[in-house]
Every structure is written in structure tokens, then in C-alpha cells.
Design a protein. Structure first.
Length: 191
């Protein structure tokens, strides 16, 4: 896990951020309320599915570091969380901004989450690449585990914020989308 991986991650997150910002300025008003509600529910469902998939992959990273407390285990956890974050970013970029009244607030929540996750990935990668000796290994594994739990909490918090958007069709879409039902309350094994 060298500087090339970190540079590639930073570049991919930057591209995704630009795509997210670019996607928010496009689009037209929905043709009808039914179409808009369907689009809102599809957006909510896609968003919740992406967040749930990220959490599952983060849980796998936590398991990796718990079961293999070595440089290799740390590298595997860092790879897993980097891949999960890149996948989440790509999915969110492909969904764009929902064409609803609270779409801007939803977009802002997701952009904040992506910044938090990017920072978390950087911490995990820094800790994984800085392992030396037994004491350094223990410290790095602690940093990685703590970062992964923090990132998982941030995803859950973003999911909760999305479910609590102001009254309107996007709030209803989050309430109706099956993939959103457990998002803010899903728990997993801790690190």
C-alpha cells in the first residue's frame, strides 16, 4: 500500500466529487408527481443500498483486522475500506441529485459523508503503511479499528439524516424504500 495507492484514491475521490457537483446542476423538472415519486424512491433505494453495501464491506474490513493483526491484515483492511469507499462514491455519482425539494439537503449530507469517509480511508492507509515492530503494529491496528468504527458510525448518521429530511416526497421515498428500512438502526459487530 504505497503512495501510488493513496494518490489513486485521492484522484478517484476528486473525480467522483466533481461528478457529484456536476450532476447536481443538471436535470429538468419531473413530468408528473407519480414519475417524480418513483424517481425519488429509486434514488432513495439506490442510496440506501449503496450505504448498506459500504457498511457490509466495512464490517469485513473490521473482521480482517480482528482476525489478522499483522501488517498483511492491516493492508487487507485498508484495501477493503478503500474499495468500499470507491464503490460507494461511484454509486452515489451515478445516482446524481434527486429532483425534489430536499434534494439539495440530501446531496449536502452525502457530500459531507464522502469527505468524512475520504479522511477515514487516509487514516486507515496511513496507519497500515506505517506499521513497524510489535508496538507499532498494536498502535496501527487500534487506529485502523477505531477509524473503521468511526466511519461506520458516520454512514449510519448520514442514513439517519437522509431518513429525517423535511417532510416531502424524498422523506416519503426513504420511508417507503425497502432498502432504507434498517439503514439507520442496523448494528454490526464492533471492532
Amino acid at each position: 500500500m504505497g503512495s501510488k495507492s493513496l494518490v489513486a484514491l485521492v484522484a478517484s475521490v476528486s473525480v467522483v466529487a466533481e461528478l457529484l457537483v456536476g450532476a447536481t446542476g443538471c436535470g429538468s423538472a419531473p413530468a408528473s408527481t407519480t414519475t417524480s415519486a418513483s424517481a425519488a424512491e429509486q434514488w432513495a433505494s439506490g442510496t440506501c443500498s449503496a450505504l448498506a453495501a459500504w457498511k457490509q464491506q466495512a464490517n469485513e474490513a473490521v473482521s480482517s483486522i480482528k482476525s489478522n493483526r499483522t501488517r498483511e491484515g492491516a493492508a487487507q483492511a485498508a484495501d477493503e475500506v478503500r474499495a468500499a469507499t470507491a464503490s460507494l462514491s461511484a454509486t452515489l455519482a451515478s445516482l446524481g441529485k434527486p429532483g425534489t425539494d430536499s434534494g439539495g439537503e440530501a446531496r449536502s449530507t452525502l457530500q459531507s459523508l464522502q469527505t468524512q469517509l475520504h479522511d477515514g480511508v487516509a487514516k486507515v492507509e496511513e496507519a497500515a503503511t506505517g506499521i513497524s515492530g510489535v508496538a507499532g503494529s498494536a498502535e496501527a491496528i487500534s487506529t485502523i479499528s477505531t477509524s473503521l468504527v468511526t466511519m461506520r458510525d458516520q454512514v449510519e448518521s448520514a442514513g439517519k439524516q437522509l431518513r429525517e429530511l423535511p417532510r416531502g416526497e424524498l422523506q416519503q421515498a426513504f420511508a417507503d424504500a425497502p432498502s432504507c428500512v434498517d439503514l439507520p438502526t442496523t448494528t454490526s459487530s464492533g471492532a
